[in-house]
Design a binder for this molecule. Structure first.
Ligand SMILES: [Fe+2]
Length: 247
């Protein structure tokens, strides 16, 4: 079947298409003149939800390029919005962090909840970053760089203390890694589904520590700047802080 479709039509009698399937003919002619006006809409499993006739028309036209298509996330609506949020504020602290890391000795990297962590001087980090200054005045925090060794992972968990944090992946080292949130499941050992936080480097992300999460790091060291608020999960939540920042 796939081979038949991939081979494409040998010859098209467009007069016959016009007589037998006038709608399909009109659509094919429209695509010829104007291109595809709307992308084909797929369901989360890659099946065509809207655009069967346009796909048939493209096939009749012998189209061989990439067909524009949209495919929704398989994650039910609302989960991603409740798990993480890329903040609109552009950080100005990257070079300060890089400098602090370069100046640091190995003895300054401590084990903190299983993470090899370099604690940073909060005052010098927030100086010159209007957003962090504003945030710190309302919700005091500490901050540091969390390091992950190549081919290591942090197991699925929800944080015992933190309700919300802010993370920023650095681009100091190349590498491959994956941060994931789980959809609700009955027991921690039962199979589950997940969705990914695909960090854009050098951007702040509000992170809901009360949704089960994990991170896997492949080759390369992974360095993430992270903010830990003095307030705990009972006094500062993801939803609360998101509302406050958006306002
Ligand atoms: Fe965590």
């Amino acid at each position: 079947m796939i081979e038949l479709l991939a081979g494409g039509p040998a010859e098209i009698d467009w007069e016959r298409v016009r007589a037998d399937a006038p709608g399909l003919h009109a659509l094919a002619m429209d695509i010829c003149e104007n291109g595809l006006r709307e992308p084909i809409r797929l369901d989360p499993y890659g099946r065509i939800e809207d655009g069967v006739h346009r796909t048939l028309s493209l096939w009749l036209l012998g189209f061989k390029g990439d067909v524009p298509a949209t495919r929704p996330s398989p994650t039910p609506t609302g989960y991603e919005e409740g798990a993480f949020w890329k903040l609109p504020h552009l950080p100005t602290i990257t070079e300060t962090i890089r400098e602090a890391m370069l100046q640091s000795g190995p003895e300054e990297w401590e084990n903190y909840w299983g993470w090899l962590t370099l604690k940073l001087d909060t005052a010098s980090i927030i100086a010159g970053d209007p957003f962090l200054e504003w945030l710190h005045s309302r919700h005091p925090f500490r901050c540091g760089v969390l390091s992950m060794a190549p081919f290591s992972f942090y197991g699925w968990h929800t944080d015992g203390r933190r309700g919300v944090s802010i993370n920023m992946l650095t681009d100091f080292t190349p590498g491959r890694h994956s941060s994931m949130f789980a959809l609700p499941r009955d027991q921690s050992r039962s199979p589950g589904r997940f969705f990914e936080l695909d960090y854009e480097p050098n951007r702040f992300y509000l992170f809901n520590n009360q949704i089960e999460h994990t991170v896997v790091n492949y080759e390369g060291n992974r360095f993430v700047f992270s903010i830990e608020f003095d307030e705990d999960r009972d006094t500062l939540t993801f939803a609360q802080l998101k509302r406050e920042i958006e306002a």
